[in-house]
Design a protein around this ligand. Structure first.
Ligand code: GLC
Ligand code: CA
Length: 576
């Protein structure tokens, strides 16, 4: 079998930039587009091929730009349209690609469509959003149409007097859900949110909540899983809904295909099982190229009473989650992704490995070896390459900015008012689960504000206390840094792309609670990866069939390998 034909969106390594916290160029304490330009060479040298830029559109910033008020304008503090055009061309000039965030499940309530829609039931935009009549309790009290809960807490419905109706918002009330049942609305979305940017030359999109557009429009009550709560998560009625595949096919056929077959679409798809995932990403379906599967995130985090909390987890669960995304490509026409971080989940070192100072750097390298040897398109999140970690224990509620965290904290503070012990525990949970863990400023150097913004300027969110030790400048000088390992691994990934990017994946020690070992294969070439996820020495098991073959050490996170795997050791062998 010859090598798989190259596809830029399969071989390419993608780096997510979350603009608010990346780099501030004009000393207002907020990251911006011009701030990205001087870092492009750094990213290229790291081995990055594709940049995913999180929303920079005009927005009131109720949800950090995931509430868009104009798809064809830039949020002024992030820069101008000229800055954006420059970014696109500077990325392309370096032979890299750029994808944008496509947020079209909802808009901001300040989008002109919604401002018009809320005025009356019979204007041009009346049916652009999901409006429903109130329900009335026996005593005449006005109630929302059903018991659906918003992902950010509280009812998913908001009443508007002018229409005497409620509108649906699966996220904040400032993020009304668009009405995908309306073909006129769909066409308008495609033109402004997608085509406008494809005409500017962007190479594709990360599709925000890609499995959420189609709702059960009879709007039944959600199953009661929390009997004491007023609202319930509505996912059975809106996730992977009845018309979702029709809508995504329409986008590919009627919009993207006009710009070539190669427009990259990577969808965010929480809580979706394998068979359903294949329907989104199988080549023949012509919908998305790949999705982010959050099975790995769910291993370490769960929801209780609507609030996120950490889970006690065992290594076999992590292996199963990795396997779910890996096995997707086997015997199917589907493609997959590899990622451990983004702007919505805490830092990977803190969640899957250890921040124990004794092992942190070694464990960070272990994660790099793991991620860079898995099949699929690889995504890194800003700061991951230098081993940025979750916020420290000393941070208080005032240090947090995320709407999801603050809403859930408010609810908790009300529920446990006066109970110091419960509140203290809840704050501890907030520190470990908040999306702000990923949103602290990128640590560029050991100067004031970690080089994110100049001395004397207050960054919009607190800089992590560890910046003197963990920063890009220090990592670049240190051949033993996590960054150096990432560079090495991304080179290796390109060198052995058949096996590492496209190969098949097999776990051979599923039950082992400490060591994660797997074999990647393409034809007769095999790479064995062994990862010790513990602080103790462990045996290195080698599949019996490898004993007659030659094993060449490709990479290790120790200077000298011994028979046994040392604490947090990672190794990869090429087996011939
Ligand atoms: C996605 C985004 C998240 C945002 C939400 C609503 O999950 O990744 O940041 O809050 O959608 O747009
Ligand atoms: Ca700025």
């Amino acid at each position: 079998m010859p090598s798989p034909p190259p596809a830029w969106w399969k071989d390419g390594v993608c780096y997510q930039i979350w603009p608010s916290s990346y780099k501030d160029s004009n000393s207002d304490g907020l990251g911006d587009i011009p701030g990205i330009l001087p870092t492009l060479n750094y990213l290229r040298d790291l081995g990055i091929d594709i940049i995913w830029l999180s929303p920079t559109y005009a927005s009131p910033q109720a949800d950090m730009g995931y509430d868009i008020s104009d798809f064809e304008a830039i949020y002024p503090p992030f820069g101008t349209m000229a800055d954006m055009d420059m970014l696109i061309s500077e990325v392309h000039r370096r032979g890299m690609r750029i994808i944008l965030d496509l947020v079209i499940n909802h808009t901001s309530d300040q989008h002109v469509w919604f401002k018009e829609s809320r005025k009356s039931r019979d204007n041009k935009y009346s049916d652009f959003y999901m409006w429903q009549p109130p329900k009335y309790a026996p005593d005449g009290t006005r109630r929302p149409p059903n018991n659906w809960r918003s992902s950010f807490g509280g009812s998913a419905w908001e009443y508007v007097l002018e229409r005497d109706q409620y509108y649906l918002h699966l996220f904040a009330k400032e993020q009304p859900d668009l009405n995908w049942e309306n073909p006129v609305a769909r066409k308008a979305i495609y033109e402004t949110a997608i085509e406008y940017w494809l005409k500017k030359g962007v190479d594709g999109f990360r599709v925000d909540v890609a499995n959420l557009y189609s709702k059960d429009v009879s709007f039944p009550d959600a199953k009661i899983l929390e009997p004491d709560a007023e609202t319930q998560f509505p996912f059975e009625h809106c996730l992977n809904g009845p018309r979702i595949h029709e809508f995504l096919k329409e986008i590919r056929r009627d919009v993207l295909d006009k710009y070539g077959e190669d427009v990259m679409m990577v969808g965010e798809c929480w809580m979706t099982e394998r068979d359903e995932v294949i329907r989104y990403v199988s080549k023949g379906e012509k919908e998305l190229n790949m999705i982010f599967d959050f099975a790995m995130a769910s291993v370490v985090m769960e929801f209780e009473d609507g609030a996120p909390k950490t889970r006690e987890w065992k290594l076999p669960e992590l292996k199963a989650a990795v396997a779910k995304a890996q096995l997707l490509t086997q015997d199917t026409e589907a493609w997959t992704t590899v990622f451990a971080e983004n702007h919505d989940v805490p830092r990977s070192l803190s969640r899957y490995a250890t921040t124990d100072p004794k092992w942190k750097v070694k464990a960070g390298k272990l994660l790099a070896v793991m991620l860079a040897t898995l099949t699929g398109t690889l995504f890194l999140y800003q700061g991951q390459e230098i081993g940025m970690v979750n916020v420290p224990d000393s941070w208080t509620v005032e240090d947090f900015r995320d709407i999801a965290s603050l809403n859930s904290w408010k609810a908790t503070a009300e529920r446990y008012a006066g109970d110091e012990e419960k509140l203290c525990k809840a704050l501890q949970m907030l520190r470990m689960t908040s999306r702000d863990n990923a949103r602290t400023p990128v640590q560029w150097d050991d100067g004031p504000n970690a080089g994110f913004c100049p001395q004397g300027v207050k960054p919009w969110i607190r800089v992590h206390d560890n910046y003197k030790e963990v920063n890009v400048a220090a990592a670049q000088k240190d051949p033993d840094s996590i960054l150096a390992t990432w560079k090495q691994m991304l080179r290796l990934r390109k060198q052995y792309r058949d096996v590492l990017v496209y190969g098949s994946f097999e776990i051979y020690n599923m039950e082992d609670p400490n060591v994660f070992s797997y074999v990647k294969s393409f034809e007769d070439t095999k790479i064995l990866v062994a990862l010790n996820f513990s602080s103790e020495e462990q045996d290195l098991e080698i599949p019996p069939s490898f004993k007659e073959r030659t094993m060449e050490l490709l990479v290790a996170n120790v200077d000298q390998v011994q028979d046994k795997l040392s604490a947090w050791e990672a190794r990869a062998y090429l087996v011939r």
